[in-house]
Design a protein around this ligand. Structure first.
Ligand code: KG4
Ligand code: ZN
Length: 352
């Protein structure tokens, strides 16, 4: 089967066509992403109203390009999938409404995809892994451990009680006068810095829970920057390196605990840790996770970075996984700004 996937929940306008064969193997026929970085650059962050307008301006063309690149006519796809939440509601509405219109006009099923589920299932698209597995989602909006038991069957084991990890990178970059998005900028500076110069706090780390907290760390970074002002390039590099070391240690420590819980609660199941979200691009965090996984006897799977960040292929794939299980959605389904993975309406929907 072939599914068109549409993603508009943040600042990427994306569309993709993915094919799933009877054995469950995936082929990405096209994956078109248009980033809105330039539109938001003057404001130092994503402006929701501008994002929604840019999605309106570009989505039609992005979908046409996805079809053309795939060599597939839109009336040849088997379903239309779109992110229905969580995310910036204006953007979500643009993508979901477009998907509904296409589904109605072409007489195809609609699949309303949870954006977090799309991230969660990406490792099955790229690496064909079986259920269950543990996922660490670290993006600009989320930092959470999720036990992935099956399509629609998730258990959240920990989340952030304040900032998401990508958000912490972005805020640290902003207060140091680096560009946006901050993650790659901080990583670049960190490469030239001394990761041991500053000792930043590790909030919550002494507690057994699997939650994260990054806002105290961000405040500590601000205080260090104020104390060292005026900042030389070396100061900035040292702060970035020390911040990055600290978050890598926090994430790795939590990953070990999560894998321990996994081993205890799912005895006999292979230990697999899947990473998703834009922060997966960070090499220091990847290395720390690799060590944590090795120490726990777990396999670590980090999909290719363009599929870790927001894209249409993951939405198409989540749609294909649901459709293969006979699930689709009614055309009057609503967009949702908030939609946790472990909420009741994540189950398969056979009533559409
Ligand atoms: O998944 P994503 O593309 O978008 C969503 O938030 O859904 O993630 C973007 C986030 C941003 O906060 C960005 O700063 C962060 O991922 N990021 C990084 C790196 N590349 C992107 N953080 C740390 N190191 C990186 N190399
Ligand atoms: Zn995302």
């Amino acid at each position: 089967m072939r599914v068109l996937g549409i993603e508009t929940s943040c600042d990427e306008t994306a569309a993709s066509i993915v094919e799933r064969d009877a054995a469950g193997r995936a082929t990405i026929l096209s994956n078109v992403v248009r980033s809105q970085l330039e539109e938001h650059a003057p404001y130092g962050g994503v402006v929701p109203e501008l994002a929604a307008r840019a999605h309106v301006s570009h989505l039609d063309r992005i979908i046409a390009k996805a079809a053309e690149t795939a060599g597939v006519k839109l009336d040849e796809v088997d379903a239309i999938a779109a992110t229905a939440g969580p995310g910036l509601i204006g953007g979500v509405l643009v993508g979901l409404t477009t998907a509904k219109a296409l589904a109605a006009a072409l007489g195809k099923p609609l699949i309303a995809v949870n954006h977090l589920e799309a991230h969660a299932l990406t490792a099955r698209l790229t690496d064909g892994i079986a259920f269950p597995y543990l996922m660490l989602l670290v993006s600009g909006g989320h930092s959470q451990f999720v036990l992935v038991r099956g399509v629609g069957d998730y258990e959240r084991w920990g989340t952030t009680i304040d900032d998401a990890l990508g958000e912490a990178f972005d805020k640290v970059a902003k207060l140091l006068g680096l560009g946006n998005p901050g993650g790659p900028e901080v990583e670049k500076m960190a490469a030239k810095g001394d990761p041991r110069r500053f000792n930043f706090p590790r909030p919550l780390l002494k507690e057994a829970r699997l939650d994260f907290s990054f806002s105290g760390l961000k405040t500590a970074v601000r205080l260090a920057a104020e104390q060292a002002a005026p900042l030389t390039d070396q100061d900035v590099a040292d702060i970035c390196a020390s911040f990055q070391r600290t978050v890598a240690e926090i994430v790795a420590t939590r990953a070990r605990s999560a894998l321990q819980k996994y081993a205890a609660e799912l005895p006999g199941q292979p230990l697999r840790l899947v990473v998703a979200g834009g922060v997966a691009a960070n090499k220091a965090i990847g290395a720390a996770l690799r060590e944590a996984a090795a120490a726990s006897g777990a396999e670590l799977i980090i999909p290719p970075i363009p599929l870790c960040t927001d894209n249409g292929a993951m939405v198409a794939w989540a749609g294909a996984e649901r459709l293969a299980l006979g699930s689709s959605d009614r055309l009057d389904i609503s967009a949702k700004a908030r939609w946790p993975l472990d909420s009741e309406d994540m189950g398969l929907n056979h009533a559409a």
